[in-house]
Structures are given as structure tokens and as C-alpha cells.
Design a protein around this ligand. Structure first.
Ligand code: MG
Length: 380
């Protein structure tokens, strides 16, 4: 299959002119299309700005150079867009999904989400993907005529990466594919894989920077060792940050090249004539077998060496405690919530408390915890 000419949409790309539209009908935008409008609304949202102070692995105040959810989301968008362009996909939709995919994340990364899910066990649970959709559908308060951002169906469907069957039945059309077994658009599939690709690589970088993992340890991981060898052969004597960056940029590049090649091969096999054909086909965005195995090995390494490092686990334990105590304090007395959250708390107290906590940045949650539990603090 030939290179797809840039700027031309392939027949398998999502086309804003055949969008399934928005929940609240709006006139078409002028000077941009509907997916560009989705992307712009996401960038201007409050939840997007909060990503700057939310963590991936490291708590926000631990260092200025670690990734935050904001820089992570930008890296995902950059990777996904460049692949989208090579495959003739819709770049704006890919970008919108990439930028919005983590909007529903709690403070303190996965530890925060696990703690909140545990707190919500008897109240319908908490899942960050579902919360990202809730942010863009309900929680953003910016427009006169509707709650949320009123994004297109395709952006909303792409944001909802996982969903239980029980939740899917409640959500209706946007979650239909979790009941029917259909795939989402290629733009959504791509944003999803770019997310993994981005965090595996930047967690290597942040892990090394923090000193929790070392170059020696990474020497046992196939994909890292291969590229580090290539760098030292080309640049003997290179060490420190430059060696790390040269290695990681090669890793990212090889993953992106493999992903593009394999996806192009699968598209050529299925030869979809429309997005409907994409939806009916097996997943088309993916790595080739050997790269998939190497990527999985890297992921497993990070799980064992970094995410389960005792210093990360200590931080997670602290985060769980903060989230758990905030939840109990607000649920047992919703009058402690700020006035703007009390209205929703009258209808569904547990959900309103979860929304409030999920919206917090790391530092806001720490401050709020101190305000409620620190005896020497003035309430504020
Ligand atoms: Mg992510």
C-alpha cells in the first residue's frame, strides 16, 4: 500500500461531515470543522488545565521535571497525530481524544483512582474512563445552553476506552460497542495505543531521573538494551542524560514505525471502505508480533521495578489515606463541601463527593486534607 498523501482523508477515516452529531444540536462552526471544535473545547476546559497538577506516577511536588497528566496528554497527542497523518486518519479527532483521555483522573494517579473506587463500592463504583466522559458530558460548566462540552459522538465514544456491561447498558449509544463487540474508530484505537506507548517510554525516563530504576536494571529489558547498544556504538563514551534521551527517542521511534507499518498492513488486509467496515473488523491498530512482545516486556519491567518500588508504594499508601479520609468526611457531612457542590450532593451525595475529589489536583487534595484534619490549620 502506498503512503497516504498527507492532508487527504482515507475512506476509513472519521469524517466530520458524517458525524453522528452532538447531544444538543448546534450550528456548524465557521472556519473549522466539528472535530476541531471538539479539540478546542477540550483545551479551553477547566479539567484540562487541572491536568498540570495531577500525577502519573510521581506526586506533583516531587520534582519539576517529572511528567504530569498534562505533559503526558500532550505527548500522547503528538505521537497519535503523527501516526494519524501517515495513515490518512482524522488528525483533529485523534488529537481531541488524546487530549481528553485522562480528564477524569483523580489526584495521585492510580492509587487515587483505586481508593476512590473502593470508597464508591456501594455507590456504583468509580472508573477514571467513565469519569473522563462525565467531565465532558456533565461536569464542565461553561456554556449557557448545556452542561459539559457537548462534544461529538465520535469524540465521546473515543474517550470511553473501557466500560463494564452494566454501565454500558445505562450509557446507551455512546457505549453500545461494549455490548455489541464492535470496535471504535481508528482514531480512537490509535489514541488508546499511543497512550500506552507514551507512558511506557516516559516512565522509563522519569524512573531513571528519580533514581528508582537504573541503567543496569534496564539493560535486561530487550527493547532498551537494543537501542542503548546502538547509541553507544554510534557515540562511544556518551553517558548520563544524553545517553538516556538518545535511547528513549530511538525506542519511541521504533515503536511508532512498527505501529504504523503493522496498522497499514492490517488496513490493507481488511480494505475497509468506510468507518462502518472499521467497526465491524477486528482491532486494526496494533504492533507487529515481535514489537508487541518487546513492548509487553517493558511494561512488565516497569510494573515490577517502578510501580511496585517501595518508595512509590509508600506514596500510594499516603494517597489512598488522603482520598479515603476526604471521602468519609464529606459523605458523613456534605455541608463541608464548597457551596457549588452541595446542590448535586442533595441528589446523590456519594457521586457528588466522588466528582469533587476526582476534580482535585494533587496539591489541592493535600491542602484540603490539611484544612479538614490539621488541628493547627484555620479552616478555609
Ligand atoms: Mg493516559
Amino acid at each position: 500500500m502506498a503512503e497516504w498523501p498527507s492532508a487527504a482523508l482515507a475512506p476509513w477515516a472519521a469524517d466530520p461531515r458524517s458525524s453522528r452529531g452532538r447531544v444538543h444540536a448546534e450550528a456548524s462552526p465557521v472556519g473549522r470543522d466539528d472535530y476541531q471544535r471538539d479539540r478546542d473545547r477540550i483545551i479551553h476546559s477547566t479539567a484540562f488545565r487541572r491536568l498540570e497538577y495531577k500525577t502519573q506516577v510521581f506526586v506533583n511536588h516531587e520534582g519539576d521535571l517529572f511528567r504530569t497528566r498534562l505533559t503526558h496528554s500532550l505527548e500522547v497527542a503528538q505521537i497519535a497525530r503523527s501516526v494519524a497523518r501517515n495513515l490518512g486518519l482524522n488528525e483533529s479527532l485523534t488529537e481531541a481524544i488524546s487530549l481528553a483521555h485522562d480528564l477524569g483522573h483523580t489526584p495521585f494517579g492510580h492509587a487515587g483512582q483505586d481508593a476512590l473506587n473502593e470508597c464508591m463500592r456501594d455507590h456504583g463504583g468509580f472508573e477514571h474512563n467513565l469519569q473522563s466522559l462525565r467531565v465532558v458530558d456533565v461536569l464542565e460548566e461553561r456554556y449557557a445552553e448545556f452542561d459539559g462540552l457537548n462534544l461529538t459522538f465520535e469524540a465521546r465514544e473515543g474517550i470511553l476506552k473501557h466500560c463494564s456491561r452494566r454501565n454500558a447498558r445505562e450509557l446507551g449509544a455512546v457505549a453500545e460497542r461494549f455490548l455489541s463487540g464492535a470496535q471504535p474508530s481508528l482514531e480512537a484505537q490509535l489514541a488508546n495505543l499511543a497512550d500506552e506507548l507514551a507512558y511506557n517510554n516516559h516512565d522509563v525516563d522519569d524512573g531513571l531521573r528519580s533514581g528508582l530504576i537504573t541503567l543496569d536494571l534496564l539493560g535486561e529489558v530487550g527493547i532498551f538494551a537494543r537501542h542503548a547498544r546502538e547509541v553507544t556504538t554510534r557515540h562511544p563514551g556518551l553517558s548520563g542524560r544524553r545517553l538516556i534521551h538518545e535511547t528513549i527517542r530511538r525506542m519511541i521511534n521504533s515503536l511508532v514505525v512498527d505501529l504504523t507499518r503493522e496498522t497499514r498492513r492490517r488496513i490493507a488486509d481488511v480494505n475497509p471502505a468506510s468507518v462502518d467496515d472499521v467497526r465491524a473488523a477486528p482491532p486494526l491498530v496494533g504492533f507487529g508480533d515481535s514489537m508487541a512482545a518487546e513492548h509487553a516486556e517493558l511494561k512488565q519491567f516497569l510494573r515490577d521495578a517502578l510501580y511496585r518500588h517501595y518508595r512509590v508504594l509508600r506514596m500510594s499508601a499516603k494517597a489512598r489515606r488522603i482520598v479515603g479520609e476526604l471521602f468519609q468526611a464529606f459523605l458523613s457531612d456534605p455541608r463541608l463541601l464548597p457551596p457549588q457542590d452541595q446542590g448535586r450532593a442533595r441528589q446523590n451525595p456519594a457521586r457528588a463527593v466522588a466528582d469533587y475529589i476526582a476534580g482535585m489536583t494533587d496539591r489541592y487534595a493535600i491542602r484540603e486534607h490539611r484544612r479538614l484534619f490539621g488541628i493547627e490549620e484555620t479552616a478555609g
